[in-house]
Design a protein. Sequence first.
Length: 280
Amino acid sequence: MNNGEKIQKALAASGVASRREVERMIADGKITVDGEQAHVGMRISGTERIEVEGKRVRLATLDRRRVILYHKREGEVCTRKDPEGRPTVFSNLPSINGERWISVGRLDINTSGLLLFTNDGELANRLMHPRYNMDREYAVRVHGDVTDEMLGRLKEGVWLEDGMAKFTDIRKGNNETEGRNSWFYCALLEGRNREVRRLWESQEVEVSRLKRVRYGPVFIPSHLTQGSWLELPPQDVSVLLREVELHGEKHKLTPDQLAQFKRQNTRLRRKAERSKKPKR
C-alpha cells in the first residue's frame, strides 16, 4: 500500500476529526482497518473496511476538494438532524456520492447569510482554526442610539462571560430613513456562540437583524437567494487552499487569476456597502 494515502490524512479529509485527534484515536485503539488495529502512518487505498469506534467510515474522494456556498435562512439550524423537527441547512444541500458535506462553522437559528461546506475535513478544520485568521464579516441592524464611544469600546475589546471579545473592524452602513435602526458591517476573527449579538448587547443596544456576508476571502454573491447554494470553481477553491497553507493541488492560480479573484470580491464588497440593507 505504499502508493496509498496515510490513514490519518484520509480520515481527517473525511471529516472524522483533525489529524492529531485521529492519531490519538489510533493510539487508543479506536480505529481498525479490515479488522486489524490501525497504526499511525499506515497507508490505505480506500478499498479497505475502516471502522472508528466500531462504526464504518466511508472515505472522501481525496483528489478533488469541493467547496459550496449556502445562503442560510433565519429559522434553519446547522445540525444534520433536529429533534424538534426544525428545518436544517443540510436538507437543502446537493447530494455527494460516497461522501458528506462538512460545515465550516455555524450560524445560530436567528442569523442568516453565508455558510461554507466542504467534502474535506482538513480544509474545514483549517478554515476554522485561529492560526489562519479567517475573519467573519456580518451586516448588523441594531436598535438604539450608537455613539462613537461605543464603537471605540467594541473595537478595543469588552469583557463577556467567556472572556475578552472585540470587532476587528466596524463600518457604518447606509442608514438613511432607518430611524433608531442603524446598519453596520462588523468583522471578527472568532466564532464564539452568539458573539456578535453579545458584543452589541454589552453596549445596551439590541440586534434586530444579523446576516453573515463574508467568511475569509469569500463573499456571499448578491444573486444567491436564501435557501440556495452554489459551488466554488476550482480556481476559487485554490485561493482558500493557499490561505490555509494546503498545497499540492491540481488547480493553481496564475498571478492574473488571483488578481481577478480579488477584484471580483472587492466589487461584491462595495456593492454590499452601497446597499441600504442586505438582500434577503
